[in-house]
Design a protein around this ligand. Sequence first.
Ligand code: HEM
Length: 324
Amino acid sequence: MLIARRISRHLTWLIASLVLMGLLTAWWLMAMRTSDKLPGGGSSVGLTLGLIGGLLIAFEMALVLKKRLRSKLWMMFQTRLWMKAHIWLGLLTFPILLLHSGIRWGGWLSATLLALLALVWLSGIYGLILQQFLPKIMLDDVPGEAITSQVGHIVGKFSSDARRMMALHFDLDGDEATPRLTMPSGKAVAEKPKTPYISVGSVRAHTKTESAEPEKKSTVSAERLLESYVKQISPFLEEGDRLRTPLSSSSRSRDYFQTLRAVIPTTTHETMEALEGLCEQRRQLDSQARLQFWLHNWLLMHLPLSWALFVLMFLHVFVALKYL
Ligand code: HEM
């Protein structure tokens, strides 16, 4: 949920939260003045704060039901409003329950609960901060955002498109899915060709030129494109930034293709540019995966810790009521 750029829409919640917190803190401070120690869970103010905090946590957990249940009852509540309440009431939980504890760790159970609450609270704030700017970065840096489940298919398409483009200039060995290209040997390249294409090892480079001399020059140069394709471009399109390659950085990739352009025949420039475009799209997929990871991985902490907090809270209530 975006807050930073839409703070006016959250103003009522902000003011209400501050007022409520102010009133509860004032009550707690007054109780502190009348007793000689910090009022904890056993005092009337502490007990009330514990009750409010517990209800707030139960409400926070209800987001699980809201997100997963599609029944009419849950659909009645606007998701946006629910999310606002989750954030602002969630922010209140830690200060309220800290006062409830009398700002003491207490026994192992209450100390664990307080630590869990702090972690859930902090992870929620962390997630909210990420939600403020990661979607914007995604929009700016990854204009062609792909559906996550389609990424494998798209990667396969990049590789087959690249292979098809290369096949315009070279006869490629191996099957379509896993190209196994043998690099041309220097000896074969040096030989003057008699046919319109030159067999070099298992790769034949098609040339458009008629005379033998430019043909030789073009073949040697075309080899550089083939070499780049086999050693850098094709592995990068398949593996992405898991490989250490200049192609994983846009500036180094630009330099790489500029250097390549100077040593390959002009007849292959268009193909090279198309390959460069595919590499750019592959980088975007990697960026998208990285951003998606950061946008969602905090929930891997927030959600299980919330459940642990929720379950332990009942144990805490049970133990507390037993000794009250
Ligand atoms: C005791 C306090 C809290 C509890 C028990 C709690 C619990 C939860 C739970 C259970 C979810 C649902 C996860 C899911 O099903 O995917 C959730 C999501 C979330 N929580 Fe909290 N939360 C707490 C405090 C906070 C705070 C303080 C913030 C931020 C200030 C926050 C921000 C969020 C956000 C942004 C989501 C993700 C919603 C979405 O985009 O789907 N939470 N929380």
